[in-house]
Design a protein around this ligand. Structure first.
Ligand SMILES: Cc1cc2nc3c(=O)[nH]c(=O)nc-3n(C[C@H](O)[C@H](O)[C@H](O)COP(=O)(O)OP(=O)(O)OC[C@H]3O[C@@H](n4cnc5c(N)ncnc54)[C@H](O)[C@@H]3O)c2cc1C
Length: 288
């Protein structure tokens, strides 16, 4: 694996009770350039088994040579448990270079609207997108619908608030919590069909130019939003999504070229791998 990078942990930030941010740099100053929305693939040895996991970069390319990822603890998850409990400043992590096509390319001439639906750790690529757009695409608006369990589980809450203050005429956020405290003033409940329709209606006056939709979160939320957008005749090419877990099927997926995370069971052991467009699952299995 001669393209593997060695990332050194510079800083660990406790974002919530079950999520951390890690800031990293490449040990030998090897190229880490990325487009907003791309992810790193960390490679670990978990009890003798090579384990690969994707983690989206939440920082922006202008912060290189440092990059940041945010990792949320996954119930019974091998990697997240290990990282959240053991990672220290100065540790090194083996990683593949940034990959992925869930990206934005800011252009100062463009006047567009980015409507983002995120939940939980799905905020990470959206954070890189929205910071880049706000900074480098000054005529475009960003509207973020962000779902979480409760007040204490909102990753990047303070950063998002300060961005909203700095870009109050172009950046709009609606938090929705499924189990908030009594005094919570924002929206309640998951981002379901009714809420998606209500939010799109509420913010449609902020839509300017081409509207691009970016989705990252639990499968159920993404499928619900996809269905609403389909009913509203949104062109599929303007809907972008990142899938952290299993595949969601719709008729356009067959022609979509994107990386997939698949689980290969080999000699009774489970290996999660990222399969890129043009690669076969068999090729990946042979690498294990
Ligand atoms: C492109 C991409 C970007 C991503 N970006 C991020 C990000 O920015 N932040 C983030 O937090 N995550 C991200 N993820 C998800 C991440 O890669 C991991 O999947 C996640 O952290 C869980 O890893 P884990 O090893 O802790 O869990 P795993 O050990 O893989 O377990 C995941 C789940 O599967 C279940 N499971 C495990 N083994 C078995 C078994 N033998 N039988 C049945 N069930 C089992 C576990 O109980 C658990 O619920 C991303 C994924 C992709 C593909």
């Amino acid at each position: 694996m001669n393209n593997a990078l060695t990332l050194i942990v510079d800083k660990i930030i406790n974002e919530t009770h079950d999520a951390i941010s890690i800031l990293l740099h490449e040990k030998d100053n090897r190229d880490l350039s990325f487009q907003p929305g791309q992810f790193l693939t960390f490679i670990f040895d978990a009890n003798g088994i090579e384990t690969r996991r994707g983690y989206s970069i939440w920082t922006t390319p202008d912060e290189l040579p440092q990059v940041g990822v945010a990792i949320k603890k996954f119930k019974d998850g091998i990697t997240t448990k290990f990282l959240l409990e053991n990672l220290k400043i100065g540790d090194s992590i083996t990683s593949l270079p940034p990959l992925g096509n869930f990206t934005v390319e800011p252009n100062k001439e463009n006047e567009r609207t980015f409507v983002m639906f995120g939940a939980g750790s799905g905020i990470t690529p959206l954070m890189s997108h929205l910071q880049s757009i706000l900074k480098y695409e000054p005529k475009s608006n960003v509207i973020l619908f962000y779902g979480n369990h409760d007040e204490n589980s909102i990753i990047f809450y303070d950063k998002l608030n300060s961005l909203q203050k700095n870009y109050s005429d172009r950046f709009f956020i609606e938090h929705s919590l499924s189990d908030p405290k009594n005094d919570w003033k924002g929206l309640r409940g998951r981002i379901d069909r009714d809420k998606t329709i209500e939010l799109l209606e509420k913010y449609k006056t902020q839509f300017t130019g081409q509207v691009e939709y970016y989705l990252c979160g639990p499968e159920e939320m993404m499928q619900t939003v996809m269905n609403v957008l389909k009913d509203r005749n949104v062109d599929r090419k303007n809907i972008h999504r990142e899938i952290y877990t299993t595949k969601i099927l719709d008729e356009t997926d067959e022609i979509e070229e994107k990386e997939r995370e698949v689980t290969i069971i080999l000699h009774g052991n489970r290996h999660k791998v990222i399969v890129l467009p043009g690669e076969t699952i068999l090729e990946k299995a042979l690498e294990q």
